[in-house]
Design a protein around this ligand. Sequence first.
Ligand SMILES: Cc1cc2nc3c(=O)[nH]c(=O)nc-3n(C[C@H](O)[C@H](O)[C@H](O)COP(=O)(O)O)c2cc1C
Length: 372
Amino acid sequence: MLYSSILRPLLFRMPPEAAHELALRLCETGMRPASVRRVLARRFETEAFEGLRRFGLTFKNPVGLAAGFDKNGVAAQGLSALGFGFIEAGTVTNLPQQGNARPRLFRLPLDKALINRMGFNNDGAQRVAENLRRHRPACVLGVNIGKSRAVRVEEATEDYLASFESVYEAADYVAVNVSSPNTPGLRELQGADALHALLQALQERNRELAVKRETKRPLPLLVKIAPDLSEHQLEAIVDVALRARLDGIIATNTTTSRARLKTSASAVEVCGDGGLSGAPLRSRSTEIIAGLYRLTRGRLPIIGVGGIFTAADAWEKICAGACLVQIYTGFIYEGFGVVRDINRGIRERLNSAGFKTLDEAVGSGAERSEAA
Ligand SMILES: Cc1cc2nc3c(=O)[nH]c(=O)nc-3n(C[C@H](O)[C@H](O)[C@H](O)COP(=O)(O)O)c2cc1C
């Protein structure tokens, strides 16, 4: 209530990126004192999901913060007090970079959507890893890595490997981003051969680092894919993911499509290029999740992301095959309480469906959402 009646109207009066920076600063500095985080954690206390194990990690609940909100890992600790089960920092690149020229973030309130072409603005993998080591969140921490803009796609592997090594100690899992529409050529890495080469190299380095560090097993490695993929491309990605023994797939990133928007075409045009997120992405990303679940026969964990605002939206993705979910745009529109509300709603749905654990719900409606 406080968010929708006071905070959101104030933030939405500001330019989108300035509002984002303010909110991030609030989470970083305002929530740094442990006493503040304790108060918040009580206020936003979420349902506990006992025994929620995914790719060797224990999650306190299935709702995470998607990559892009805290690119530099400065606010992860404060954000975790809002009840997230996990936080994905980044995208980080090996080389620090400024990203695209501003303005590069736009709101489409009629559609409950955002368009962004941030272009991986971040302080570089080493610096971000230091931030995260200093301010570890009280939940599972993923780090999302991408290609530095200055590096040619053909030389991407070395660049990803350097980022991977930098964040290895800080991260509980690593997500390989090959799906942002805002770095020229990046999505080409979703092609079967390029993706296979990249993921094989990362897994090899992953095993080497695990041996070097002795106590550590290889880090869970996931790939994040776009919603704008054909059935054929999806099949190829699943094949590569299984061959590279990935730990999961994150579906999906933002879309380049502008179909079925309520916002006028001219207003959308003004925003220019970029990835669209939020409500208009919801059903497409659920279709991709259902497709992945069917193709993998549930063998590969799927993190479902795209257009989740409510527990019903999260439930739709869980039934389609997601074993964890993430939000970004929903967090901007619905505010701090959204994590607690979604978790509460998931618990209610589990109870009324007669499921004892979340695992029983995962994929329980995959056929249905595929047909929808
Ligand atoms: C402003 C903004 C920046 C983003 N930056 C990243 C990023 O750096 N890396 C990434 O993998 N995804 C990024 N995303 C995509 C989100 O993580 C998410 O996949 C997508 O927005 C769909 O979820 P949503 O509809 O809940 O926002 C970004 C999204 C937004 C809106």
